[in-house]
Design a protein around this ligand. Structure first.
Ligand SMILES: *Cc1c(COP(=O)(O)O)cnc(C)c1O
Length: 351
């Protein structure tokens, strides 16, 4: 019998998670380095007895540590089960207008999926021919909110803070969500805008810059007004979204920020070296402020190179037949040794 009420939706397609130990896995922008020593210590010494209890509803230990580190107040922070959780809650909490929400046509694929899932009207604004966000497209437009990843993904391109501010300033009647998943790899955070604007909501994650993708912790930073709205939605849905182990380990990660500054600087250096090597092979490489590069191969189609690399146990991301992206591969930055091996394997194709 035909059933009523079943939802049909095209889900977000995440990068594959192959389990082969020998492979070079540079397809989902995970950190090239292990979690910090303090995180591993916190895991080893975690007292399992406490798991009998629910986790802390307010997550004050983690929020206080983040507040101290970021120079904001506790009531400006919400934590969640990865930044995907925080972003989904932000869409539910802040984007309830009848006007279309604006985001770039090439950006984090989940934005469109959430807009569909939550039945939020949206408009995808084309990037320029250089894959840049065009500031004026977001100014003097009637809209129900704006979502921008900065640096953008999967382009890797960072948008100058003064231009982000212009967008925020011109849209003070709606919320502007700024996804800073990659901000630790070279960009400049929009955090200072919080002092002047209460319509900015910034999201961050421990997945990329803190090498904790498997732990699932992310957070949002905004005015106390926005945080109280999103907290009410969170508590209407899944109040205990950050478990006790996750909170303890994420707190340890914030305490170890100096370790992360060091390894992330190393990743940025490797990225610049790798980009130069690809360019020397004639590849186009977009200027990246992240731990990945978007590149258009020369002398071989993107899809063929993707398949060739996979045959050599090197996993990168190919987005398939998706308009402008179909000529490009997104390659996460692994260790210097891994990236040297990738250059060697690609170079061998052309001798
Ligand atoms: C990885 C990523 C996220 C999601 O991160 P999680 O915290 O692992 O859910 C959000 N936005 C962008 C742009 C990302 O690349």
């Amino acid at each position: 019998m035909k059933m009523k009420g079943l939802r049909q939706i095209k889900p977000y397609v995440a990068g594959a998670q192959p389990q082969d130990k020998k492979m070079i896995k540079i397809n989902t922008n995970e950190n090239a380095f292990p979690p910090s020593p303090g995180v591993l210590q916190a895991l080893a010494s975690f007292d399992g007895q406490v798991l009998r209890r629910y986790s802390a509803l307010e997550n004050n230990a983690l929020r206080d540590k983040l507040a101290e580190n970021l120079g904001v107040n506790r009531d400006q922070i919400i934590v969640g089960n990865g930044s995907d959780d925080i972003l989904a809650l932000a869409f539910l909490s802040f984007l309830n207008s009848d006007d279309a929400v604006l985001f770039p046509d090439i950006t984090y694929g989940f934005y469109k999926v959430w807009a569909d899932l939550f039945r939020i009207p949206f408009e995808e604004v084309p990037l320029s021919d250089e894959f840049e966000i065009v500031t004026t497209d977001y100014i003097n437009s009637i809209n129900g909110g704006i979502v921008i990843a900065n640096p953008n993904a999967p382009t890797g391109i960072f948008k100058d803070l003064s231009e982000v501010e212009a967008i925020v300033a011109a849209n003070q009647d709606v919320v502007v969500i700024i996804d800073e998943a990659y901000i630790a790899f070279g960009g400049e955070s929009a955090l200072p805008l919080l002092e002047q604007y209460d319509n900015v909501f910034i999201t961050r994650t421990f997945s990329k810059d803190a090498a904790l993708a498997g732990l699932r912790v992310g957070y949002g930073i905004g005015s106390p007004k926005l945080i109280s709205v999103i907290n009410a939605v969170k508590n209407s849905y899944n109040p205990y979204s950050v478990d006790l182990i996750a909170e303890a380990l994420a707190t340890a990660a914030v305490e170890d920020y100096q370790y992360y500054e060091r390894v992330n600087a190393e990743i940025s250096e490797t990225r610049d070296w790798f980009s130069a090597e690809l360019r020397a092979l004639g590849f186009e490489v977009l200027p990246s402020a992240t731990n990945f590069v978007l590149t258009k191969p020369a002398g071989i189609a993107a899809e063929s190179l993707f398949e060739f690399l996979q045959s050599k146990q090197i996993y990168v991301r190919y987005f398939g037949d998706k308009g402008r992206l179909s000529d490009y591969l997104r390659i996460s930055i692994g260790t210097q040794d891994e990236m040297a091996k990738v250059i060697q394997v690609i170079g061998d194709l052309f001798v």
